[in-house]
Design a binder for this molecule. Sequence first.
Ligand code: BG6
Length: 473
Amino acid sequence: MNYQSSIAFPKNFFWAASTAAYQFEGAHLEDGKTLSIVDKNINPNYANTSVTSDHYHRFEEDVALMKELGIKAYRFSISWPRVLPNGRGEVNQKGIDFYKKLINELRANDIEPLATIYHFDLPACLQEEYGGWSSRKIIDDFAYFCKVLFKYLGGQVKYWFTINEQSNMFLLPYLMEFNKELPLEKQKYEMNHIMTLAHAKAIQLCREMVPDAQIGPAIGLSPNYPETCRPEDIQAAREADDFRTYLFTDLYMYGRYRDNVWRYMEENGITPTIQEGDMELLQSAKPDLLGINYYQSRVVKYASETMGNKDMTINVHGKKGETEFEVVPGIYQGSSNPYLEKTDWDWEIDSIGLRTLLNDLNDRYQIPIIITENGIGGVDKLTDDEKVHDQYRIDYLKMHLEQCRLAIGDGIQLIGYCPWSFMDLLSTTSGFRKRYGFVYVNRTDNDLKELRRIKKDSYYWYQEVIRSEICDQ
Ligand code: BG6
């Protein structure tokens, strides 16, 4: 018998699914909501955020579909400008009521709400007023937003995620606004520091106001593989992990900067401003759990000092080969993996990478982990007989779930799995052409049609996975 075949998902495992407010709700200027920076800046070549999947008006129908799917938990995010149209101050009762109704509906259907506090949608008024995440003023405003959420929703929500993908937010122009007059790298590290302080404040407040809740970040991560066994490439991969993973996770878990990343910042004159009390605040706010968004692994190799610094260029058109790799001179540069298949958006499909990542994190931190996102974006077609045959999605999720099971056997405290996404929604980079859901939403970028919900083949597959996993326990 295979020694791994007896590994089982734990009882009470959160079989779940994910969405985010600006991608799913629509109603972007309704019932008092104001615009966020994503509403304003989202890629203009595709659909905007005004309607998206229209969940704001159809949440009851959507929760009924969740119930039928069999999920035990649902991860969603709360729109800051819906709850606080001015970013702070007066609470928009209609905004809070929407989330209360959604959460009550989930609870009535035995679905545990998992709420993300910040998923990219900063109120645009705060960006205009003081530059958003570039100013320390945002720490108090974010703390106020958290207080409002804990006060009104804390009775019903016992799992909170502070900030989604702090690590990736600096890669896309829609998600952060930078001052064009100032050096970009310096701004990024400054904002990252400020954001980590805001995250720590949220944890402190949660402990005070909802002491029976659990809270942590949701981080977008990829393990970095060396392109060859050349020692320079091995070292490059280790440092890529330091810069792209452990910089963030060490800050969250230990409240400290990694020495090599700090030295890099010093040498380049881009260290963030650390004020008295900052590091103490970070150290006082250890998360209860880590949310991990995993889509792909990465390959890196050594980059010479003479190369120019370069950000990654993301493929937004779904035509293979558009991605351009990142370069950090003297440290590493991205490369592609000849052993892996790629999606049309150049995302490398690597289920084993998920197990590797989970083990790396567990070796360092020994903390409960939940997969807050994992999935594959692609073009789905509705057939004449109203079916969506998304076998490629089933294959992807099946492989990744199997690696989750093996990771549990490795000793990882994995408490849940939230595929991205529960239903089709607006892709952050590529509109409605790139779909992720178990449920098809009948619309395109240019034609809203009737936004009808249609279950894909992957819906029935996931339903059966959940049913059989629960029955076997
Ligand atoms: C994650 C984000 O980075 O990836 C989601 O948290 C996003 O908001 C998802 O939609 C997939 O990315 P994309 O660009 O394919 O929509």
